[in-house]
Design a protein around this ligand. Structure first.
Ligand SMILES: C[S@@+](CC[C@H](N)C(=O)[O-])C[C@H]1O[C@@H](n2cnc3c(N)ncnc32)[C@H](O)[C@@H]1O
Length: 246
């Protein structure tokens, strides 16, 4: 079976359809575990100029407009995602860029906030990207991202047989490429430790402001067995860095 990188993975039609079916499931992990904490860390987007790296279908951009952001720019390497994003952002002043994050370059200090939601674990080398993010922010601007949690990316052995009931954390300090079977295909992701993300932010010049994990909130789960399952291991990691004020 062929193995794809992030954009090529989402550009396979059956993967794209399966991904969106997954996202529409009741109590899906994005809505119950990722979105609440991401939004809490983000706060009000009112009047902010926002760049979103790996924007996917940009429904996040639509939400940002509804909440009064000044500008939303989304970047994604998947043509399928960009087409869907354009539909979601119709009648807004947003800008979409179809480009790989490895090739995206900052063009001055334009953004108050750079976001990236569940995209950075597809990138092999984050150092140059974090440097570009830093260069694209105004002084005092923030970089907020979510990724698959390092205890999840360390090993995919426990995900091979359907719904996980036990998790293997292994090879934690063996960072780098992982080939994962997901949505019936093989995709390349990259494992890093929590410390790696912290150091990457610091080395790019950021003051690290927040680190959160996707602890489930009981009020978001009708299915109490699912809530208990989600309390067993964190799925997502969130970090926020700030560019120093001049
Ligand atoms: C899991 S989806 C998340 C989408 C969106 N941020 C969200 O939370 O709904 C990951 C996204 O990252 C994009 N992506 C992955 N690797 C990328 C790369 N190297 N360059 C640009 N986009 C990439 C994919 O195309 C996909 O849209």
């Amino acid at each position: 079976m062929r193995c794809s990188d992030g954009p090529n993975f989402f550009d396979q039609e059956h993967v794209f359809q399966a991904y969106w079916s997954h996202r529409e499931l009741a109590e899906n992990a994005n809505d119950t575990l990722e979105k609440p904490i991401f939004m809490e860390l983000l706060g009000s987007p009112h009047d902010l100029s926002i760049l979103d790296l790996g924007c996917g279908d940009a429904r996040f951009g639509r939400d940002m407009h509804l909440q009064g952001c000044r500008r939303y720019v989304g970047v994604d390497g998947s043509a399928n995602m960009i087409i869907r994003a354009a539909e979601n952002l119709r009648n807004t002043s947003s800008i979409l860029i179809h480009q790989r994050l490895e090739e995206w370059r900052a063009e001055g200090e334009h953004y108050d906030l750079v976001t990236s939601r569940l995209a950075l674990h597809y990138i092999e080398d984050l150092r140059p990207l974090f440097q570009q993010v830093y260069a694209s922010l105004v002084p005092g601007g923030r970089f907020l991202f979510s990724v698959e949690h390092p205890v999840i990316t360390s090993s995919s052995r426990s995900s091979e047989s359907g719904k996980r009931e036990d998790w293997i954390v292994d090879d934690y300090f063996v960072t780098g490429e992982r080939i994962v079977n997901w949505l019936g295909q093989r995709v390349k992701k990259y494992h890093r430790t929590i410390e790696d993300f912290f150091v990457l932010l610091r080395e790019a010049g950021f003051l690290v402001e927040s680190l959160r994990e996707s602890e489930p909130q009981p009020s978001l789960f009708m299915d109490k067995a699912e809530y208990r399952r989600r309390r067993r291991i964190p799925l997502f990691l969130f970090m926020c860095g700030r560019k120093a004020c001049k």
